[in-house]
Structure formats: C-alpha cells, structure tokens
Design a protein around this ligand. Sequence first.
Ligand SMILES: CC(C)(COP(=O)(O)OP(=O)(O)OC[C@H]1O[C@@H](n2cnc3c(N)ncnc32)[C@H](O)[C@@H]1OP(=O)(O)O)[C@@H](O)C(=O)NCCC(=O)NCCS
Length: 300
Amino acid sequence: MDLTRRPATLDDADAIHRLIAAAEQLWHGQTDRVPDAIAADLRRPLIDLDLDTRVIEAPDGELAGWAWVHGGRRAQIDVHPSYVGRGLGTELLDWAEGRAREHGSDWLAQTVDDADKAGTGLLRARGYEVLATNWLLERPVTGDAPVLPEGVTLRPFAPGDARVVHQVVQDAFDEWQPRRHEYDEWAGTSIERSSFDPELSPVAVAGDEIVGAVISLELPDSPDGYVDQVAVRRDFRGQGLARALLTYAALGAGQQGKQTLTLWTHSGTGALAMYQRLGMSVRRSTTVCRTALRAVDTPP
Ligand SMILES: CC(C)(COP(=O)(O)OP(=O)(O)OC[C@H]1O[C@@H](n2cnc3c(N)ncnc32)[C@H](O)[C@@H]1OP(=O)(O)O)[C@@H](O)C(=O)NCCC(=O)NCCS
C-alpha cells in the first residue's frame, strides 16, 4: 500500500477531523467533535508542525492515520477504521514516543477512547498505566429557568468580557490543570474559534464583576449542545451559580433545536459528582494512559 508519511499542515485539519469522526461514527454512531478543534489545536503555541505532528496519507488524499505530541508530554494518535490492523498505530506510537524523548521528556500520556479496543490493547501491551478518566456527560435541555442568588444576573458573553472571562476560567482551572493557559492560547482554543457560540455562553455578573462563565461551542449537524468550559470564582461558589449557568446554556440549546446538552469532564477536576447532582449522566468515556520513557540506549 502506497502510504506517504509527512508532518501535518494547517490544510490537513479537515482531513484529520474526518478521520477522527469516522472512528467515532463506528464506535458511537455519531461524532462529538467540534470540526474546528483540530485547526485550533494545530495552532497551539507549543506545537511545531514540522516536528510535533505526523500524518499518514493514502493515495486518494485521505488520511489513514495521524499523531501529534504536545509539549513532549501528551500525544494523540488516531488510525482510520479502514486501516486498523496494519501496524499504523504501532508506527505512530513509536514516532510519538521518539518525539517525546527528543523533547527530553521522561513520560508520555495519551487519551484513548474506551470503545477503541485496538488502541487500548496496544497501550496496555506497551505497559501504559491508567492515569485518569474523561467522561462525556449529557443532560436534557428542558426544565425550569435558572435560579440565581440575590444580586447576581446572567447575560450572554460580549466581546469586551474576553480578558475577565479568561482570568475567571484560568484561576478556576489552575486548581487542577498542570499549566495555566495564557490569554492568546486560551482565546485561540475557545472564543476565537468559529464554533464559539456567545449566545449559549453566559456570564454571571455580581455588581460590575464577572464571577462565573460557561463557554459553549456549536456542534453543527448534531443533536447535542456542547459546553467546553465551566468556571465559578471561588468566593461565589456553593450558591448555585454553576447550576444556573448550565441551565441557561441547556435551555438556550433547546431553543436552538438541540436535544441534549453535553460536556466533557475528567477525574482530575473532581467535578463529576457535581454534574451528577445537576442531573447529568455519563454517555461515554475515554482513558488517559501514561508510560515512563527510557532513553533509547538504556537497557530495560
Ligand atoms: C465546579 C464549579 C464550577 C462548581 O461551581 P458552583 O457554583 O460552586 O456549583 P453550584 O453551587 O452550582 O453547585 C451545584 C450542585 O453541585 C454540588 N457540588 C458543587 N461542587 C461539588 C463537588 N466538588 N462535588 C460534589 N458536588 C458538588 C452542589 O452542592 C450543588 O448541589 P445542590 O444544589 O444539590 O446542593 C466550581 O467549583 C469551579 O469553578 N471549579 C473549578 C473549575 C472546574 O473544575 N470546572 C469544571 C471542570 S470541567
């Protein structure tokens, strides 16, 4: 089979999305990916496309597989369902581990869909250990209007909110994220994306301060509304603001014709219990696996 190996370019973003969507379609009957996610990822400041990405291109121009390594520590590898079983996953994993070593990293993590038996088997066989779980949660888009504590109002995101919302989100996420995302990286992967939906992205305002926010993205041709980020300032927690913000987003998604509201959370945030209290349930999950990397010339 005449397959070509090369680094990715920004022009590959749509083809990479089609490859991932084909796998998710097979496993779940639909894709939960926002189409502009790959383009946003490829533009991340830590990514050097020539060094940190790899695509395997079929003669028809479609992609049989792809991989990237972010910051030498986090890899993603996907093989098109039509090409599973031909060793491409192993080849891309070898490449990703090699690239992580070039970064000087002594470990590498990656996320595998729990429905991906081939990918899960490959990582287990290579000694990867389970590090964390991601859950895709869903809730109905019907119900009562948001209930707010006195003095707090909700309104849709406005362009002038960008810097403050960045601060609220990053301050909240700093409680568990390994690395703070500075404004340009955060904006490039959220509010500057064409899929950003300000109408379904409420901010909670107390006095003249923004104290909580939800960032929603549009999943075209999907029955799902999609929330990408939820954050409430520490001194305003425990008053029902997350509940109100999510209710606002859910009811708005319903008005746009969506059937459910979805979001991803991971075990490191400790937020699963909260989402379950808010009536959300798990639709599916992925597993974050990690391995220690030995230098190539070190015997096992
Ligand atoms: C998670 C977060 C958004 C919750 O905001 P909040 O405004 O305090 O949440 P609410 O007051 O609306 O709480 C909603 C419900 O969840 C419960 N809850 C809140 N945090 C919880 C937790 N960590 N574990 C279990 N239940 C929790 C509340 O008791 C409440 O239930 P109740 O109404 O039946 O009493 C906030 O803590 C935060 O910003 N954390 C850091 C960022 C983060 O982790 N975001 C989500 C990751 S995807």
